[in-house]
Design a protein around this ligand. Structure first.
Ligand SMILES: [Cu+2]
Length: 300
């Protein structure tokens, strides 16, 4: 399996474990809501005492200008792995209710300022044209499915877990999928050439029955036919690890038995290649629907 996209030189895991649960930036209580932005920039300096990395970042359209500012690391223990001159991407979690600090997580070093460390986990950032491996999962019917079975169709894939308490995370993404699903249904020819897939990263809790109930909630039906166009599936733990690396989705144990995670949505063309990648939660159903139509149409 090809792990590195052409532009990705190195990556390091920024997934945090339980050891970091008490820091200020991580009080993601069930009420907190974060908006996630993709941050990209160059490290200017690091401060191990505060767990902050000062970066010269590129503009985030609609949110912030290009500037130099410090960011709190979700996992301060990785600060020794970051060096002035490193170019990195990260997910910037911006608290929407002000009582929890902003932080960055899921850091990918794409160019090193100083080549002196070895990454522990190598992530892949999906890029158009990348061949998607034939990942295997079990769906809401308890049936084995695999990605290659959707060859010939345009496949929209995202990651969720059914217990997610944050309205702007999994519930929002699944709602967006429901909007896309019903708009596709309005065009039978397009509907026949497309498929949706929600992948759970919670194999312990997300049984087929639980996935079916969750899906039915968003589709307004638990009829078998309702799932014919939209699967909810979960891989085994080892398969999930590979999928997470490939699709650049990060998750780790969160407070109150939740899962702290990033978001990752990928549009896959009929030949099994990445057509478009949408990190975070700031994409709209209209935008993705337009891309789905474009990919399905250009495939002939
Ligand atoms: Cu979630």
């Amino acid at each position: 399996m090809r792990i590195l996209a052409a532009s990705v030189v190195l990556a390091l895991a920024a997934l945090t474990g339980c050891h970091s649960g008490s820091k200020a930036g991580q009080q993601a209580s069930a009420n907190s809501q974060f908006k996630i932005y993709k941050l990209r920039g160059k490290v200017i300096s690091t401060n191990p005492a505060t767990g902050e990395v000062t970066m010269s970042n590129e503009a985030i359209p609609g949110f912030m200008e290009a500037m130099i500012m410090p960011y709190k690391l979700k996992d301060p223990s990785i600060i020794g792995d970051l060096h002035p001159g490193d170019v990195l991407t990260a997910d910037l979690f911006v608290s929407q209710n002000g009582d929890a600090g902003d932080y960055i997580d899921h850091i990918v070093v794409i160019a090193q300022g100083k080549p002196d460390y070895r990454p522990t986990v190598v992530y892949h950032v999906p890029e158009p044209g990348d061949a998607v491996p034939d990942f295997k999962l079990r769906n809401q019917d308890g049936r084995a499915i695999h990605l290659d079975q959707f060859r010939g169709k345009t496949l929209l894939l995202t990651f969720i877990y059914t217990r997610c308490p944050l309205p702007s995370f999994c519930p929002l993404i699944t709602h967006n999928f429901a909007v896309i699903n019903s708009q596709l249904a309005a065009d039978p020819a397009l509907y026949a050439r497309t498929h949706l897939l929600c992948v759970s990263f919670d194999p312990v809790h997300d049984t087929p029955a639980r996935l079916r109930a969750y899906g039915a909630q968003y589709m307004g039906s638990d009829a078998r036919s309702a799932f014919a166009h939209w699967d909810f599936a979960v891989p085994t733990k080892p398969e999930l690890e590979e999928m997470a690396k490939y699709f650049d989705v990060g998750f780790s144990p969160g407070p109150n038995d939740t899962i702290t995670h990033t978001l990752s949505t990928t549009l896959i063309g009929p030949r099994g290649k990445v057509a478009q990648y949408y990190p975070g939660n700031d994409w709209t159903p209209q935008q993705v629907l337009a891309d789905v139509k474009h990919v399905a149409a250009s495939a002939g």
